[in-house]
Design a protein around this ligand. Structure first.
Ligand code: NAD
Length: 352
């Protein structure tokens, strides 16, 4: 029997499948729009130009300066480009950084968004925007931030480098792990979380073995959608707080940091969320922290914060910052235990 719960379902239209990129023009028209500004990073500019060409008269041009952490000055430039192009909707092609820029524009001018994720970050299905100004990262949550349409075309992920696929896939799993023990979880979010982890657990080893494996790429993107959905639905805990601290205050890379910290955060919480995490212990064949660590190691993922350039002398400060204004967590967040957790993550030691 389910315990009483409340569940707010985020609206949004999702198209999934190889070749769905061909639907973009139809989706622009469906939104009642006529001039789409196409967004990308500088690296994905050629893909954005090709998409713009494919849109023909429905394209208002390309803005290809999306970058990590959604800096407000880049958003200001993009807002000016949107106005100058007389655009009336956004088409964002890329990972969490490009989708972050799309959300930042929509947050300011309510532009309708069609987003086409090419990584496994999961931002496309959340009403959450993180942006930075003067080195400070702030997060806003607002219904207007949620993209109206998401197009998941696995063909676009075939060339995602293996190392990025692995770290990004583990980043997606982290949303689901924390969703399972979220205070505001519900039976639907838990179902999505387990299925999302299962899909990625099966897909990532196949992608490492054969990066252009179309079936595995589809499974990984399917898992991404589920894991992103729960990120947008329920609250996150210690793991996300640790990663926000390490990314925000020590400039560590987003997906890789998530991938390294996840087994340690899961191990920290395992004893306080045994029932909630049981489906994952079954998927990984044992204690969840060690299981996730062995999985990441088998995929060739980076295992230590040391390898990302964090200094051991920074761990005290990282622990102090991480326990300040903690997010709700199933196990009390204690400074000394967090410092030990960070030490293990820094060294890359297998959790117990
Ligand atoms: P990213 O978007 O920064 O992409 C990393 C690099 O990979 C970029 O140069 C990009 O152009 C390139 N790339 C993307 N797809 C590719 C592909 N298919 N083939 C080859 N190269 C490709 O990285 P990310 O991890 O997707 O996103 C990280 C950002 O997203 C962070 O800023 C994070 O805070 C944000 N994020 C936000 C949410 C949210 O809900 N608000 C959720 C998850 C992540």
């Amino acid at each position: 029997m389910p315990v009483p719960f409340s569940y707010t379902i985020n609206p949004g239209r999702v198209l999934f499948g190889p070749g769905t990129l061909a639907s973009v023009a139809e989706e622009v028209t469906r939104l009642g729009a006529r001039r789409a500004l196409v967004l990308s990073t500088p690296f994905q500019r050629p893909d954005a130009l090709a998409l713009s060409e494919r849109l023909g008269p429905l394209s208002a041009g390309v803005f290809s300066e999306a970058t990590m952490h959604t800096p407000v000055d880049v958003t200001d430039k993009a807002m000016a480009a949107y106005a100058a192009a007389r655009a009336d909707c956004i088409v964002a092609l890329g990972g969490g950084s490009t989708i972050g820029l799309s959300k930042a524009i929509a947050y300011r001018n309510d532009a309708p968004q069609i987003v086409i994720p090419t990584t496994y970050a999961g931002s496309e299905v959340t009403p959450i925007l993180g942006q930075t100004e003067d080195g400070l990262k702030t997060t806003v949550r607002h219904p207007g931030i949620l993209p109206e349409v998401v197009i998941y075309d696995p063909d676009l992920t075939l060339a995602l480098p293996v190392a990025t696929s692995v770290s990004s896939g583990l980043n997606a799993m982290a949303h689901a792990v924390e969703a399972l023990y979220a205070r505001d979880r519900n039976p639907v979010s838990s179902m999505l979380a387990v299925e999302g982890v299962r899909a990625l657990r099966d897909a990532l080893p196949a992608i490492v073995a054969e990066p252009r494996n179309a079936a595995a790429r589809s499974d990984a993107l399917y898992g991404t959608w589920l894991c992103g959905t729960v990120l947008g639905t329920v609250g996150m805990s210690l793991h996300h707080k640790l990663c926000h601290t390490l990314g925000g205050s020590f400039n560590l890379p987003h997906a890789e940091t998530h991938a390294i910290v996840l087994p340690h955060a899961a191990a920290y919480n395992a004893g306080s969320a045994t029932e909630a995490l049981r489906p994952l212990s079954e998927l990984f064949g044992g204690p969840i922290g060690a299981g996730l660590y062995d999985f990441a190691r088998a995929l060739g993922a980076s295992l230590s914060l040391k390898s990302l350039g964090l200094q051991e002398s920074q761990l005290d400060l990282a622990a102090d910052l991480a326990v300040k204004n903690p997010y709700w967590n199933p196990r009390p967040v204690e400074c000394q235990a967090i410092r030990q957790l960070l030490q293990r993550a820094w060294e890359g030691t297998r959790p117990l």
